[in-house]
Design a protein around this ligand. Structure first.
Ligand code: SF4
Length: 637
């Protein structure tokens, strides 16, 4: 009896085998193969989740198939076959449904399934066949490992059967057929069976949506095609170089990894090489959805206990249920102060790759707990290599500082009651100087001077006059408007505006750190910000151009729209802090800003600031891997 190589897993190679499923991805798109198999990236789409539902019961087999020599020449009792459930019927288009919703559906879909049998028009064959499900076999000569959903054995003759979620390809003559990636995958299964001593001259694809089967004969042409695919995939794997994206391909909008791959964005940057030569005429398709429908949650009620029941997070205080949150609506959990998360809830967060960020009650950012994360060691290796290249660091730092100063200038022009022409001129000059700076030290000086100018005029963007003091319970040392701002101070912040700015920067640091981790980068190794233990230098690099656009804009919005008022602050000695209610109100202002959409100046489509952070971080990874030459710092117009 042949034992599965790994009875728990699907097609994870134990040695250097290429999984047949990944070679399917290679035939679909070599870049997709690289992203999934080399970088270990994955993202769910409606199609991938539906595919898992279809495979769920198939995968519950014992993974055993009798060795070829123990099969008699037929005459075996038929085995009982568990077919996969029919996927739940859905109305309309649902292209970007959250995985957890569908998992929930899958759990209930088991109950009343009237599943189809791919061999229903071939009963004679079924009666004299033996079936085994979920078998993993490998071939040393091919260097391939394959997981068979179902193997149907007649004597020593075995047919692999692969389940597909959707519908078959419609051939020119109207008959049901298979797409090249599917044909190659089933051919590889057949070839691996042959290599293990079984007789196999065809495979079968079963399409769950239409309940149709398609026979795939293993002829010489298909074997050659499969061998070429193995060699091509192996070459990409060994090269450790990401293949270029497909150009204007209809495959991309259907690809679950489009938001990771950024095909049109990368193609545009690669084709033009230098950002200064970018042509505005090439269209970048808005494949990336404008925003993630899931939301971060912030839990700040002191003494709160958060547990998990099914697919729901339950927040309780003193044993009383206060709030329920569906897991499929959450993309980040933030805990402020004394809030407990149960082990079961934490395990679920880690498994679902939902980051859990910890803050003090006052909003000081401790750090983030995350799952195993992206296995993309290659990009981290490049990050470490580039961080030692002083010219690379300087070139990137110049752009980051220039972008930050230009965005500061834009914020003043948009929001100041009477923007000072001198300040605007000096900021423009500083941004130009930054691009010619010859060292990180001089860049720091340019950035510092520009910040002083900018914050010197910051109060002109505050549009509320509050002639009250900040109490309750305490008073500022001098009588002045509550939102009077006379320059940046911190550690501790000594006025309400600085308290808000510090909290906003802590939140933005956390979001940049999460974005860096999600892409597979080390958030503690930066290029402009240098190594300092405990300092998330890369997150600080990434956030530079976004400080005015996200953090400072959220502060202005919170004050000017009276979401926070003087009553939302407490004074303790020199320090001014937000009250619990004030923090909640500001978090709303911050999240509203993160959710606001903005037009990307290079790509022309609108995305939320949260999505934008991820796009910019992925483009930084492309720069590190050498796929693009320049980092397109986000500068608003
Ligand atoms: S988005 Fe397009 S180019 Fe990118 S991996 Fe998917 S199919 Fe390939």
């Amino acid at each position: 009896m042949i034992q599965p190589l790994d009875s728990n897993d699907t097609e994870q190679p134990s040695v250097d085998y290429l999984p047949a499923r990944m070679i399917n991805e290679y035939v679909y798109c070599p870049r997709l193969f690289y992203l999934m198999h080399v970088e270990g990236q994955f993202a769910d789409s409606y199609e991938t989740v539906q595919g898992r539902i279809v495979h769920r019961r198939v995968d519950s087999g014992n993974g055993r198939l009798d060795a070829p020599e123990v099969f008699p020449e037929a005459d075996l009792e038929p085995a009982e076959i568990d077919m996969p459930p029919e996927p739940p019927k859905r109305r309309g288009k649902m292209k970007h449904v959250q995985a957890a919703t569908l998992f929930a559906d899958a759990d209930t879909a088991d109950d009343d399934v009237d599943a189809a049998d791919p061999r229903e028009d071939n009963e004679e064959k079924t009666r004299s066949s033996v079936h085994a499900r979920s078998i993993t076999l490998s071939s040393d000569s091919l260097g391939v490992i394959a997981k068979l959903d179902l193997a149907e054995a007649n004597g020593q003759h075995v047919t692999p059967i692969d389940y597909k979620r959707g519908r078959p390809r419609r051939e020119a003559d109207g008959t049901a057929g298979a797409w090249p990636p599917e044909r190659v995958q089933i051919a590889l299964q057949a070839m691996v069976l042959r290599d293990n001593g079984y007789q196999c001259d065809s495979g079968m694809l079963y399409f769950d949506e239409t309940r149709q089967r398609v026979d795939v004969p293993l002829d010489d042409a298909l074997i050659r095609q499969a061998e070429q695919a193995i060699n091509g995939a192996r070459a990409v794997y060994d090269s450790a170089t990401i293949p270029p994206p497909l150009v204007d391909s209809p495959k991309c909008p259907k690809c679950s990894l489009a938001k990771i791959c950024l095909p049109d964005e990368t193609a545009r940057l690669v084709e033009n090489r230098r950002l200064s030569e970018l042509e505005p005429d090439r269209e970048v398709r808005a494949i990336v959805t404008a925003r993630d429908e899931r939301r971060p949650i912030y839990l700040s009620t002191q003494g709160l206990w958060v547990g998990k029941k099914g697919d729901i997070l339950q927040a309780k205080a003193d044993g009383k249920l206060l709030q329920e949150i569906r897991l499929n609506e959450v993309n980040q959990v933030n805990l402020l102060g004394n809030v407990q998360l149960s082990t079961q809830a934490m395990q679920t967060m880690l498994r679902m790759e939902i980051p859990v960020a910890y803050f003090t009650q006052k909003g000081y950012f401790y750090g983030v707990a995350g799952g195993l994360g992206v296995k993309n060691i290659l990009v981290r290796r490049e990050q470490f290599r580039r961080a030692d290249d002083t010219q690379f660091c300087l070139r990137l730092a110049r752009e980051l500082v220039r972008g930050k100063i230009r965005n500061h200038r834009t914020l003043l022009m948009r929001n100041h009651r009477q923007p000072s022409s001198i300040t605007l001129r000096e900021l423009k000059r500083s941004a130009d100087h930054a691009t010619r700076s010859d060292s990180l030290a001089s860049l720091l000086g340019i950035e510092g001077n520009a910040a002083r100018l900018y914050f010197g005029d910051f109060s002109g963007m505050l549009k509320v006059d509050c002639d009250v003091e900040t109490s309750p319970g305490a008073a500022l040392s001098e009588k002045r408007p509550a939102f009077d701002f006379r320059g940046r101070n911190r550690r501790p912040p000594r006025d309400p505006v600085n308290a808000l700015l510090s909290f906003a920067y802590a939140l933005l640091t956390k979001d940049c750190l999460v974005a860096a981790t999600k892409v597979g980068l080390d958030p503690y190794l930066g290029f402009y910000h240098q190594i300092k233990p405990g300092k998330p230098a890369l997150a600080l690099d990434l956030m530079e151009p976004f400080r005015p656009l996200i953090a400072e804009s959220a502060v202005l919005s919170a004050i000017n729209n009276r979401m926070v008022t003087p009553e939302h602050f407490l004074v303790a000695g020199q320090s001014v802090v937000l009250t619990g209610t004030g923090r909640k109100h500001f978090l709303m202002a911050y999240e509203k800003r993160m959710d606001a959409t903005v037009t990307h100046p290079l790509f022309g489509y609108r995305v939320s600031y949260r999505r934008l952070l991820e796009i910019q971080t992925r483009l930084l990874a492309r720069l590190l891997s050498g796929e693009i030459d320049d980092y397109p710092v986000f500068v608003t117009r």
